[in-house]
Ligand binder design. Structure first.
Ligand code: SF4
Length: 302
């Protein structure tokens, strides 16, 4: 049976692939940064924090609806782009109501930026985690300072490191996303070295790759058109993935790794570092099979 929640989302709405079954609640609209040069997700939206009365009304309608269907979701994801940037009182009240209306909820997730994390105190983050907001998705993109600067990510590599360690220390699970090819040819080598370094140092519980595609209309696309960024071929993208995984010295034995986003050339996953050799072997064989000079095609779903 098809379930359609009684809620008027302000579209477009995005969520991580692993939150596909989660109930989505918009706490903020758009992204407070909205400057990353490759991203067009929220360019049509002006950033704002929703009124708490609107959030609570959504929650009440959703709770009534799900009780009537008998199908209670076990995960909730707070949207939009970086809802962790919302003020504490909004987040806290939202979580109190979620816990009251959906006591069965197992976990609540959120997109975060390093900026959001660093602006909240440890006590505040721990309080949020105690109310089941316990997984944060952080777009690291790259561990390299030049690349982060070039893509106007809004935070330095050392801030990314500090924020990642801080949020883990406060009881959140951290899901880190890195972008293959984002530094182009010029920065590929240092992107690999520094991304591997920060991934090892932060050892997030979850880690995934996306492949960089230049979306028409974005500053990143314009930089490619003007010859300021030279994109990587399919073979080079696979090599970056291989080298980052090979070089990362993880401090934990159970990192759940996924590269199964539609943007990736091949679906891949496993537990790191346990499955490192198997994963590297698969990537090596794909590298061998991939002709040189060929660029990946933009997936239909993007
Ligand atoms: S922080 Fe995320 S959502 Fe916001 S502009 Fe950057 S990539 Fe896009």
């Amino acid at each position: 049976m098809f379930f359609s929640p009684p809620i008027d989302y302000e579209t477009p709405v995005f969520r991580p692939p692993s939150e596909g079954e989660s109930l989505l609640i918009q706490v903020t609209i758009g992204c407070s940064n909205n400057k990353c040069t490759y991203c067009d997700m929220y360019r049509s939206k002006k950033y704002r924090v929703r009124a708490i009365s609107d959030i609570l009304l959504d929650l009440k309608n959703l709770a009534d609806y799900y009780r009537s269907t008998g199908r209670i979701p076990d995960k909730i994801f707070l949207c939009d782009g970086d809802a962790l940037g919302a003020p504490m009182e909004i987040l806290e009240e939202t979580l109190v109501h979620i816990n009251f209306l959906f006591p069965e909820i197992r976990r609540i997730g959120i997109y975060a930026t390093a900026e959001n994390i660093l602006r909240k105190s440890e006590e505040q983050l721990k309080l949020l985690a105690s109310k089941k907001l316990n997984i944060a998705y952080l777009g690291l993109e790259s561990g390299d300072e030049n690349v982060l600067h070039m893509i106007v990510k809004g935070n330095t590599a050392s801030e990314m490191l500090e924020a990642s360690l801080k949020i883990k220390n406060c009881g959140f699970k951290l899901s880190t996303i890195a972008m293959l090819g984002v530094g182009g040819q010029k920065y590929s080598k240092q992107h690999v070295l520094n991304t591997a370094k920060i991934l090892g140092e932060t050892s997030p519980q979850f880690f995934s790759f996306l492949t960089t595609f230049a979306v028409p209309g974005t500053p990143y696309h314009k930089m490619i058109e003007r010859g300021l960024i030279s994109p990587l071929t399919s073979k080079e993208l696979l090599q970056e993935m291989h080298d980052i995984i090979e070089l990362a010295e993880f401090k934990s034995n159970s990192i759940i790794f996924r590269a199964n986003h539609v943007s990736n050339l091949y679906p891949l996953g496993g537990i790191l570092p346990r499955d490192k050799e198997t994963i590297l072997k698969s990537i090596k064989s794909w590298i061998e099979q991939t002709p040189t000079g060929v660029y990946p095609k933009v997936p239909l779903q993007m």
